[in-house]
Design a protein around this ligand. Structure first.
Ligand code: MIC
Ligand code: SF4
Length: 755
């Protein structure tokens, strides 16, 4: 039986009435995204229509998911909220902390040994507050959620940007910071700006070497890394129906890479098949009763231009395989053009490592299609030129793949490493030999992110993103510019041979199987369970509330850093080795902004202190300012905070005494995280004012005392030479968010309200 079936039943029971109410208000055919949003209003039936991209709306998500690297901070905050139990079904997943080195069983044991304290903490907090816990080795959060919890027409939030993966099962699933998860778990409304809607019409059918991954690689190329900001992407058309459910998950997953709030697909047979295969026929029965509401209205899909803010059309029949990268997931290159483009850009074409896995592409279907390539190569006597590494998405996938001989097939390819069912190299948990030499090289993987240093810590690793099928082919050929459609490879007999097109199984022919799925159910009554945090721990630290605002203007701020170009959450709060400190705010603050490039001098982690004119590391410089009672400001470029949901990127500067983050534009999750943590996040009203900021500037926020929704704020900049100029900055704080600012953080406000 499916988990939380009663909750799902209740959601479906209210669907007809809520949709009726929404129709009466909106008075036009509805997209799927609108149906899900309007059936999840905190206030019940719709009594007003919302303006997309403008109105803040309170929602009531059905469930919450958290992964270990963000759950620590989320749960440390929840522990302060004064509740005995979570208000909605919630789960935590131990997947981000296990390093890939030798292979699954050794790495898993090592991961458990190294992270015992954190896993025990998570296990006991979950047990106490009624949260399901998926133990280390159980799998990657989004794969486990798709296999067990996602349901068509549901709404969930998760403390990870790739929560959006569950759109593959027709959900509106949104990545958030931990403080947002606390709202929902503490039975409070969860607020989101009503999203804009982008429609993607898929025609035709995938064939040959082209995979679902190529759909999203293409979309990323069209929309770019910020093109989806504030929007839900809804896929439809005959092409959408022809895709497998996990393939849909892949497409939704990487919607995070275009900044989309989430992506989704209408309920169809692929979802029925997937739900049934994963033991949830009962969900199919319930969903079928309201099936008409679990997809967009036919009028919408017939004339999408009339209902979406933007429409894109992609013909799957003519789509070809792509590789995206390096350093950004939206730089799309058709495989057929890679040879030329690599030459022009001087990208290294020899590949040593090719990696399959991550929440994006680690399903049974992915493994089976990649295995078909490997099988063909082995049978043809082709020796691999690169090492293939694989992280299966879940224990259920791994166990079934082993039973069906897929793991055996992979292991027949020389050197192949099967790593733990976990994030592994995707989040820098990879002991790659030689990475410290920082040599220029390329890798290819089926993950979603390829920011500098992400996988192996080497800034000179050029990472390219492709489908598992392409990654397998590149592992065998050892070349980035290998085009399996036209190129041949030499086998051990010296013959030139071609690889066959991939084939595979959408779902295992004999069904899924697993011995121990790694799930720990919470205690029915957790009141007696004590959660212990050792005060001397270097990994966990109870939180001290941030100070409230004194109601005064901010004056005398110094520039901490003017970040140049891409500044993702990986630049603000790096992962990899730093994941270790995710539960200890003070310790992790030592990575604050160390990856950001300083506009003045072009270096990372080197900024000038106005206290003594010396250059030093960002966190140390900031700590000195704080010790001297001086507040600071961080300045940034476009799409600041792109990438992860990690609220550490907002909490660290807040903890260290930064008062304002002023940028050209924000990524959605990060902007909300700043607001939740009581930080002032502003944007230049006139983008070119970014150029006015100089290294020795002092800043005064002269009208903050009148902080109000929709009213811009003025910053007075005093330059080194005594000249003063004023610039206008915008903000998107509504009254509620201003109240968070006043209280010092959203959590402070919850605590006040719960008193
Ligand atoms: C990522 O892919 O960057 C992560 C690690 O999963 C993050 C969450 C985190 O930083 O813990 C995400 O995508 O939100
Ligand atoms: Fe884990 Fe990578 Fe997915 Fe993030 S993107 S959840 S690190 S597998």
């Amino acid at each position: 039986m499916a988990f939380d079936l009663d909750m799902i039943k209740k959601v479906y029971e209210r669907y007809p009435e809520r949709i009726k109410a929404a129709r009466a208000i909106v008075n036009k055919p509805l997209t799927l995204a609108e149906k899900i949003l309007y059936t999840h209003l905190w206030n019940g039936n719709a009594d007003e229509g919302y303006q997309r991209g403008k109105d803040y709306v309170d929602f009531a998500p059905d469930r919450v998911a958290m992964q270990d690297a963000t759950a620590q901070m989320a749960l440390l905050q929840f522990m302060q909220a004064g509740k005995n139990k979570v208000a909605v079904p919630s789960t935590a997943h131990a997947d981000h902390l296990i390093q890939a080195k030798l292979g699954a069983s050794k790495d898993l044991q090592e991961g458990i040994n190294k992270n015992n304290e954190v896993f025990n903490f998570l296990g006991s907090v979950c047990n106490k507050y009624g949260i399901g816990f998926w133990k280390p080795g159980a799998g990657i959060i989004h794969q486990v959620v798709l296999e067990n919890y996602a349901f068509p027409g549901g709404m969930m939030i998760g403390t990870d940007s790739h929560t959006v993966n569950a759109g593959g099962l027709g959900m509106v699933a949104i990545g958030v910071g931990g403080a947002d998860a606390v709202d929902v778990m503490a039975d409070m409304p969860w607020e989101l700006k009503f999203p804009k809607l982008i429609g993607v019409k898929l025609t035709g059918k995938l064939n040959g070497w082209t995979a679902p991954k190529d759909v999203i690689l293409k979309v990323a190329g069209i929309l770019t890394a910020k093109g989806g900001t504030g929007a839900i992407v809804e896929y439809f058309g005959e092409g959408a129906i022809s895709l497998s459910c996990t393939g849909k998950g892949t497409i939704c997953n990487m919607g995070a890479e275009i900044g989309a709030t989430t992506s989704t697909f209408g309920y169809d047979d692929s979802m029925r098949r997937y739900l049934s295969a994963t033991g949830r026929k009962d969900v199919v029965t319930l969903a079928d009763e309201v099936a008409e509401h679990l997809t967009g209205d036919p009028e919408v899909y017939a004339n999408p231009e009339n209902y979406f803010d933007q429409v894109i059309e992609i013909d799957l029949s003519t789509l070809t395989p792509h590789l995206n990268g390096p350093f950004t997931p939206d730089l799309a290159t058709p495989v057929a053009e890679m040879a030329e483009k690599a030459k022009t850009n001087d990208w290294p074409v020899n590949i040593d490592w090719a990696l399959i896995g991550s929440c994006t592409n680690s399903s049974y279907e992915d493994l089976s299609r990649a295995a078909s390539i490997v099988d063909d190569a082995v049978k043809k006597g082709i020796k691999p030129k690169a090492t293939l590494g694989i992280n299966p998405g879940s224990e259920q996938v791994r166990y079934t793949a082993e039973r069906d001989g897929l793991i055996d097939t992979f292991e027949k390819l020389e050197g192949t490493k099967i790593f733990t069912n976990a994030c592994g190299p995707c989040i820098g948990q990879w002991a790659r030999a030689g990475a410290e030499k920082q040599e220029k090289n390329s890798i290819v993987h089926s993950f979603n992110r390829n920011f500098a240093k992400r996988a192996d810590g080497n800034p000179n690793t050029h990472a390219f993103v492709g489908s598992p099928e392409m990654v397998a082919a590149i592992a065998i050929s050892g070349r980035l510019d290998f085009n399996p459609v036209s190129d041949t490879l030499e086998n051990s007999a010296g013959e030139q041979v071609k690889l066959l097109e991939p084939t595979g199984h959408e779902l295992p022919l004999s069904g899924f199987d697993v011995e121990d799925n790694g799930y720990q159910a919470p205690a029915a009554d957790g009141s007696g369970i004590e959660v212990i945090v050792n005060p001397d721990s270097e990994r966990l630290q109870l939180l001290t509330p941030f100070a409230p605002w004194d109601g005064k203007n901010l004056t005398g701020l110094k520039l901490l850093i003017k970040a140049q170009g891409k500044c993702t959450t990986d630049h603000i709060s790096m992962a990899g080795p730093w994941l270790r400190y995710r539960g200890h705010l003070d310790n992790i603050s030592n990575n604050c902004l160390i990856g950001a490039v300083n506009y003045f001098g072009g270096k990372t982690n080197t900024v000038k202190s106005q206290l003594d004119g010396e250059y030093g590391e960002v966190p140390a410089t900031q700590r000195k300012y704080k010790a001297n009672g001086i507040s600071t400001i961080v300045v940034g470029d476009h799409n600041y905070g792109e990438g992860s949901s990690r609220e550490h990127a907002a909490m660290e500067p807040r903890h260290l005494g930064v008062k304002v983050v002023l940028v050209k534009s924000f990524a959605r999750i990060h902007e909300t995280n700043l607001k939740k943590q009581g930080m002032l996040g502003l944007t230049f009203s006139n983008e070119s004012d970014y150029d006015k900021i100089q290294e020795n500037d002092t800043f005064n926020l002269i009208d903050l005392e009148n902080f109000a929704p929709g009213v811009p704020l003025t910053i007075e900049i005093i330059h080194d030479n005594g000249e003063t100029e004023k610039i206008t900055t915008n903000h998107t704080y509504n009254q509620q968010q201003i109240d968070w600012y006043i209280a010092g953080s959203a959590l402070n406000l919850i605590k006040q309200e719960n008193k």
